[in-house]
Design a protein around this ligand. Structure first.
Ligand code: G6P
Length: 765
């Protein structure tokens, strides 16, 4: 126990020094006070005897002063008094006093000599035969004549006693404090430290029991947190290594983070990867004195994050957190993820007006409803369009700056916020390989054609070498839209657009999640839901129902949430046996709430839930529980793992990653997915219960089917869907997208220039 011996010595030394300093200070103060008291008492006594002594000296008789001095025998601390003549010679002394004084003092003590000479009270401390003494001398006079002096002697040995007492107290105090501290350290630090050491040891030697939570020691939260991330990293690294070995052994073609990293090294050839999106992957905020960070609810962020982690690239995005500035450097750069930095986030700040015109206005009131067939009318304002253009220019300038030192960089522009960016980049950097990935649907040409700036948008996108959508149908719609709106040659055989001597390839790349089924890309949250998590979940639900249905969405009108609730209502009508047995949990993250349509949707969802609850509620049971706040990925995991059925009922959706996240979370092979046929995901997940979300009866039937399905069938369906998600994971998405982009031939015209520049040039930026 080296630690405790060293700890004990240093504790002892530290406490002893502190205690000594205080003791000395206290003793000095007390001695000072006692000495002052002795001087005061001596003066009082001398003054009380002054008159009597002067009379005795004036009498001239020797008996007078001696009689006076003799009165002061047998006092404990007052040793006696003495009366001296004008020449300083002792005339009378308390009996026994002389024997207590040194010979020099028996003659004329210095204090007496000074008192007689100066005619003032004089006092001093001295040692008389080794004993500490005090003398106070008061001059005696009559009619202006100096008669001599009266001196009061005190034995002051008692003054040293407090010092001893204090020293003793100090030693006892030191021992007590050190003893108590050692006991406390042993009890409260020693035990948790031993636990943690044991846990780390188990983790190192690969004991499975250590791979979960570290010991929950309340006094070490930061340490426990760090250990937890260490364990997660180790766990993930081990799982990845094992998975790589397994795949290599099986000569499997499955994509993993490692495979993507190696593939990208080859494709990038020393260059960096740049991604641009409006939504940033990490927002920093201030909570009192504390800085916190969170991942915003966005399918784009969910998918792109593992790719950036793998490539150590740069992600340019809008700063939206209230503490984003203070956590970034002067250029707006910050390494992320905050708890395990792996790539660079470059933040771009927008003014309120830019945000209103570009983001809320053109992107979310214009393009979003334009591309989603959800029966909300797009609104196009020329002011918003101007902001859309200028913000695209702003991001282009930042991107050009970031990649100024890189030759032949690869750029992945993300989504409908940046349709103009590809051309802006390509004009300045023809050596850049540029792709734009459109995360939302692309409607048919007639529908898109209502946008007054459709040609500008298409032209901006065609600046890219590669345009990606989730499914082939969106690619086809896009090509048809280009065909109708712009002069260009569409190569339907190769799905490409030839315009201005440049070729843009259009391809489907179905996006996905990081799952590969073996824990890779997983966080500790993927570990089985702990009993505590489950207990908290059922507390939120007001008890444990027999069946749970789940919906997880941004509160967006494209997600079909009111339709879903009506499907649940219909279930209780058609099958009353589910009453008090089935609870539907809707996790909804408020979104874009500056836009009225989104605020209206929140009220509509709340009203519908309230109405249905009023109809069916019984005792503590409510058929619908709405949890309308942003939940982190980790917080959602226990819901995924507990839900018997997950309902994805979008009216129109590019892909929908909730469907895939749910499948990835079901390692137990349980649970059923009810999936709208209007999602991109439905093209891959044939084993889901595919529904038309507008058909309330069909929805209700699908829930009933999900809850009553034979376990073997449920398991078989889930296993097949898991195989699809594992095979078509986000690493494959990125690998295919980047692989395709890497094949782009830079510079030089395309083979076929027959149809170039036939239409009016679109203004450049
Ligand atoms: C969709 C879009 C993303 C967007 C996300 C969240 O998934 O494709 O680009 O980030 O919705 O929306 P928000 O407006 O909050 O970023």
């Amino acid at each position: 126990m080296h630690l405790s011996r060293r700890l004990m010595l240093s504790l002892f030394g530290g406490v002893a020094v502190v205690s000594m300093v205080f003791t000395l200070y206290q003793a000095a103060a007390e001695m000072h006070a006692m000495r002052a008291e002795v001087e005061r008492q001596a003066l009082v006594l001398a003054e009380s005897q002054q008159k009597a002594a002067e009379l005795a000296l004036e009498d001239g008789s020797g008996g007078g002063p001696q009689a006076l001095a003799s009165q002061f025998q047998n006092h404990e601390q007052m040793a006696g008094i003495a009366i001296y003549g004008a020449n300083g010679q002792p005339l009378a002394m308390t009996p026994g006093l002389a024997s207590r004084l040194e010979s020099g003092v028996v003659g004329t003590p210095p204090a007496v000599a000074r008192a007689v000479r100066e005619g003032r009270v004089r006092g001093e401390f001295f040692r008389g035969r080794g004993v500490p003494m005090h003398i106070l001398a008061l001059p005696l006079s009559a009619d202006g004549r100096r008669l001599g002096s009266i001196a009061v002697f005190h034995n002051v040995a008692f003054i040293a006693a407090p010092v001893l007492r204090h020293a003793l107290t100090s030693v006892i105090q030191t021992l007590l404090i050190v003893g108590m501290t050692l006991l406390i350290v042993r009890w409260s630090l020693g035990k948790p430290l031993r636990h943690m050491a044991q846990w780390l040891h188990d983790l190192r030697i690969g004991d499975a029991s250590a791979s979960g939570q570290p010991p929950q020691e309340e006094i070490f939260p930061p340490l426990a947190r760090e250990m937890k991330s260490l364990a997660t990293s180790l766990h993930v690294a081990r799982a990845a290594a094992e998975e790589e070995a397994r795949l290599r052994n099986a000569a499997s073609s499955q994509w993993t983070a490692e495979r993507l990293r190696i593939a990208m090294q080859g494709k990038l050839n020393g260059s960096r990867l740049f991604a641009v999106s409006n939504r940033e992957p990490y927002e920093h905020s201030r909570k009192g004195d504390r800085l916190a960070w969170s991942v915003p609810p966005s399918g784009l962020v969910t998918a792109l994050e593992p790719v950036l982690r793998t490539s150590d690239g740069t992600w340019i995005a809008q700063a939206t957190g209230d503490a984003d500035k203070e956590t970034a450097d002067d250029f707006g750069r910050v390494r992320v993820p905050p708890d395990h930095p792996q790539y660079t986030l470059r933040r771009v700040w927008l003014s309120k007006e830019e945000q209103a015109g570009f983001y809320f206005g053109f992107a979310n009131e214009g393009i979003w409803p334009l591309c989603h067939m959800a029966h909300t009318r797009p609104v196009f304002r020329s002011g918003d369009w101007e902001y859309y253009r200028s913000v695209n220019r702003k991001f282009a300038a930042v991107l050009l700056d970031e990649m100024s030192a890189e030759a032949e960089p690869m750029v992945l522009v993300q989504d409908y916020h940046f349709a103009l960016l590809p051309r802006m980049i390509k004009e300045r950097r023809p050596d850049a390989r540029v792709a734009i990935f459109w995360h939302i649907p692309w409607p048919n040409a007639e529908a898109f054609g209502i946008c007054p700036w459709q040609r500008d948008l298409l032209d901006g996108m065609l600046g890219a070498d590669l345009v990606g959508f989730h499914i082939q149908a969106h690619c086809n719609n896009f090509l048809e839209t280009v065909d109708r709106a712009l002069e260009s040659r569409i190569d339907w055989e190769h799905f490409a657009v030839n315009r201005y001597d440049r070729l843009t390839t259009v391809r489907p790349f179905p996006i996905s999640v990081a799952s590969n089924g073996n824990g890779e890309g997983a966080t500790s949250a993927d570990a089985d839901a702990s009993a505590a998590e489950r207990a908290a979940l059922y507390r939120d639900l007001g008890g444990k129902p027999l069946f749970i249905g789940l919906g997880v969405d941004r509160l967006d009108y494209t997600k079909g949430i009111p339709e879903r609730l009506r499907g649940v209502e219909r279930l209780f009508d058609l099958y009353p046996g589910y009453r008090e047995k089935f609870t539907f949990v809707q996790i909804g993250a408020p979104s874009r709430t500056h836009i009225r349509r989104y605020r209206d949707l929140i009220s509509e969802v709340e009203d519908e839930a309230e109405r249905i609850n009023r109809r069916f509620r019984a005792g503590a049971w409510r058929p619908i529980v709405c949890l309308n706040r942003h939940h982190s990925h980790a917080e959602i995991q226990p819901y995924y793992r507990e839900a018997d059925a997950c309902l994805v009922t979008s009216l129109d959706d590019g892909m929908n990653l909730v469907a895939k996240e749910y499948i990835a979370a079901r390692r137990d092979g349980q649970g059923a997915l009810i999936l709208s046929r209007f999602t991109g995901a439905s093209h891959e997940l044939a084993d889901a219960l595919i529904v038309n979300p507008y058909d309330t009866d069909e929805l209700a039937q699908a829930i009933h089917t999900a809850l009553t399905m034979a376990p073997a069938e449920r398991n078989a369906r889930m296993q097949r869907m898991r195989a699809v998600v594992q095979e078509n994971n986000v690493y494959r998405w990125a690998g295919n997208l980047i692989g395709e982009l890497a094949t782009v031939r830079l510079a030089g015209p395309t083979q076929d220039t027959r149809h170039s520049r036939r239409d009016a040039p679109v203004p450049t930026w």
